[in-house]
Design a protein around this ligand. Sequence first.
Ligand code: DCP
Ligand code: CA
Length: 405
Amino acid sequence: MERVIFHIDMDAFFSSIEQLSNPRLMGKPVIVCGDPDSRSVVATASYEARKYGLKSGMPIGQAKKLCPGGIYIIGNPKKYVYTSVQILKVLREFTSFVEPFSVDEAFLEFHDIGFVGALEVAREVKAKIRTTFGLTCSIGVGANKIVSKMASDLDKPDGLTIIKEGEFLDFFGDREVRVLWGIGEKTELKLASLGIRTVGDLAVFPEKTLRRIFGEYGSYLKQTANGIDDSPVVPYYEGIEPKSIGHEYTLGFDTSDKRYLLSMLLRLCEQVGRRMRREGYLCDTVTVKIRYADFKTLTRQRKLSDPIERDDIVFHTARSLFLGNYNGDKIRLLGVSVSGLIKKADLLIDPIFDIDKRHSSCVHVVDSNNPAVYINKRSARIAGIYLGICLNKILKIQIFSTHYW
Ligand code: DCP
Ligand code: CA
């Protein structure tokens, strides 16, 4: 069965939605961020604002200097998640093989339509998204996920790029290795030390040597550089579980005040615990993230002896990780996440939580203040899965963190 994979990536997703909800914003530089008067960062900038050099993750102060006439809007995650769930539904009309990849990206798999058929379908998908939502997307088409993902980035916004089998290196051979999906800065440096600068260099480099240096990952590198990938598109209705649940917080000011930092850590642990219970998970690993004022970032994690869902144990572990690793310098951002998630419903024995009634009633009170996130029961299920997937993507994690909102 011949596969053709689409990667759909919505253009300037959050700001396009804001422009759509307020036509006066159309054609203007719109920046979606946290409180623009505090130390938040840019979540995204409309293409009009990108002309001034604005991009995701840029501190708001810097953005305002580059684009003083920009319209800075506090983001509304509910609206974005709602829209992405609706978009997924529309995509499901084209194929049942739809894998949400982040809040505004998805892979679609088609069988036996060939690249000519794919062009037609891709145009239909774009038209449908435009007429249904008034939004544009960019689509990459390829024989696998890596090729389609990289293709969708080539012609943004409102692009459509098809890379047929055997054409991957024509498109990417001369580009620097960092354009490859899954290659970070460290790998790039290591590759450079081997004289590998471009995708083409990597594509012809002996796999044996790569494996000796990078282990299994060496084979991945070689294959990716040749546009080879057989990873499946996993439709979301088959049940994708989140791998971690986390929150992070950029402090209002850099500080080394331990009491304040620990109180922030406690707040983060409560948020994480609340989410775990709401989504019905227990965890067995706690991770703490510390970003110092100079942006040096440290993450430390500890595995617990039993799966838990209690904030106090999460906090106790996070506190001990924090105190054991904190060097006393000023901190800019703190984060807490839990992983090793287990569905509570899948446990054969009662978790500690159910036995400890006192704690149970206590968290009930905490959780009852929780604002409703989901729109209705059905979309709650989809959004739950969806949020979970988003949490797995380092970048997208930030959407749901107090970082912005
Ligand atoms: N996002 C965020 N923080 C980041 C990156 C992205 O909150 N550091 C949010 C805002 C984006 C959305 O996720 O609108 C999707 O991210 P993309 O990287 O796909 O960026 P955009 O859709 O905004 O732009 P593009 O047209 O480049 O895809
Ligand atoms: Ca996007």
